[in-house]
Ligand binder design. Structure first.
Ligand code: CMC
Length: 392
């Protein structure tokens, strides 16, 4: 029967009730548990915002210490998990490795798979938040052929991650606090964004009662695509392809040409019809990082700023309400921090893991939770009889 609401792309269907993140796309507002994203990015830190997203309130001193300790305690991965990396080619995309290795966690932690037990759910969520930087850094180290670096418990979440990526043992590596705090800010911006494709994927996968680690792996798969988390990588590649401000008009013309599949990467958003509030903080972080590194002029930043200026004045972009999104400036910033392009979406996945887990927990704890099961409008053949192969 065709008696269902047809809503391809879910542009007008709410799939759940949630108390975690609020977006007003017309006004360009993003709140985590009621707090504006720019206030959190400027004043808070990864662990505190993770606590807020998971629990709903900012922690007291003691609550923060306890939560931080629990996350730190779980940063190591099982020795045997390392074998998974060896199974990949060195030129494997790190997101491919992430999908595989995070999914494989479901085979390691049998004491955190009973999703009806609140204690097990708690350990599963702390494990995922704690191990994601270790797993991501290992994917990076594997791709460049360097030895894995162990996590260090005296460092904060983001500094520890940077060290696991950039230290070349046995030499010691000093984390630059300006850079690690910029990356921490970038992580906060990426932590949650209500019912986007990857978060909806985690919820849908989890709605059947599936293993939580496997659900997060499903979220990573969805995030990988260029229309979602892969856009930061695509945006930087695009800026490199443009190369010089003189070439901008040609690319703007291509983006407007409907017979050309090219789109301005890092522009436009399903929900924001105004400046993405995350893009504002990101643009500032980008300048902070370049200043801290003493970069006087970055040719890609020059192209990006000019491209933004031209697009924001062009009637096509104005009428369609296309503004820079978070990915427009993140690529330049992450590259300046020393990450290769292939790692950008991995960093996004690392941060979004917190949101995925908060949303998954909210769903599992909901007494009215049902398995997600969309209906369809069938447009195929009407019933017909099987025809023997000799008679076709
Ligand atoms: N460049 C040129 N035209 C565009 C762009 C763009 N970046 N984005 C949208 N449009 C046009 C599109 O062609 C369409 O025109 P028309 O109405 O004439 O057919 C109109 O604007 C509406 O676009 P849509 O594709 O129907 O909108 P959507 O909500 O389905 O898509 C989007 C949202 C983010 C996929 C899209 O804007 C896009 O492809 N942007 C580039 C990729 C990107 O930067 N993605 C990152 C999103 S933010 C981070 C994240 O969530 O992961």
């Amino acid at each position: 029967s065709g008696a269902f609401t047809f809503d391809p792309g879910f542009t007008s269907t709410a799939s759940c009730e949630s108390k975690i993140t609020y977006i007003d796309g017309d006004e360009g507002v993003l709140l985590y548990r009621g707090y504006p994203i720019d206030q959190l990015a400027e004043n808070s830190n990864f662990i505190e915002v993770a606590y807020l997203l998971l629990k709903g309130e900012l922690p007291s001193d003691q609550e923060l210490v306890d939560f931080d300790r629990s996350i730190t305690m779980h940063t190591m991965v099982h020795e045997q998990l390392k074998n998974f990396y060896n199974g990949f080619r060195r030129d494997a995309h790190p997101m491919a490795i992430m999908v595989g290795v995070v999914g494989a966690l479901s085979a390691f932690y049998h004491d955190s798979t009973d999703i009806n037990d609140p204690k097990q759910r708690l350990i599963a969520s702390h494990r995922m938040i704690a191990k994601m930087p270790t797993i991501a850094a290992m994917a990076y180290k594997y791709s460049i052929g360097q030895a894995f670096v162990f996590p260090r418990n005296d460092l904060d979440y983001t500094s520890n991650f940077m060290r696991m990526c950039f230290a070349v043992q046995p030499e010691e590596y000093e984390v630059n606090p300006v850079l690690s705090s910029a990356l921490d800010k970038i992580f906060i911006l990426h932590m949650d964004h209500e019912q986007n494709a990857s978060t909806s994927t985690v919820r849908l996968a989890g709605s059947s009662g599936a293993n939580p680690f496997a659900c997060i792996a499903a979220g990573i798969a969805s995030l990988w695509g260029p229309a979602h988390g892969g856009a930061n990588e695509a945006a930087l590649n695009m800026l490199e392809e443009i190369g010089h401000v003189d070439n901008i008009p040609e690319f703007i013309a291509r983006a407007k040409d409907k017979s050309d599949p090219f789109r301005l990467m890092g522009f436009g958003h399903r929900v924001y019809k105004n400046y993405d509030p995350r893009a504002k903080v990101m643009r500032k972080a980008c300048h902070e990082v370049l200043d801290a590194l003493g970069v006087q002029e970055d040719p890609l930043l020059e192209v990006a700023m000019e491209l933004e200026r031209i697009a924001l004045e062009d009637p096509y972009f104005v009428e369609k309400k296309l503004y820079p999104n978070i990915d427009f400036y993140s690529g330049i910033t992450l590259r300046a921090l020393g990450f290769p392009t292939e790692m950008f979406t991995v960093l996004f996945a690392l941060a979004r893991t917190v949101g995925w887990i908060a949303q998954w927990s909210e769903m599992v704890e909901d007494p009215n939770q049902k398995i997600g099961r969309p209906r369809q409008i069938y447009t195929g053949a009407a019933q017909r009889d099987y025809v023997d192969i000799n008679k076709r």
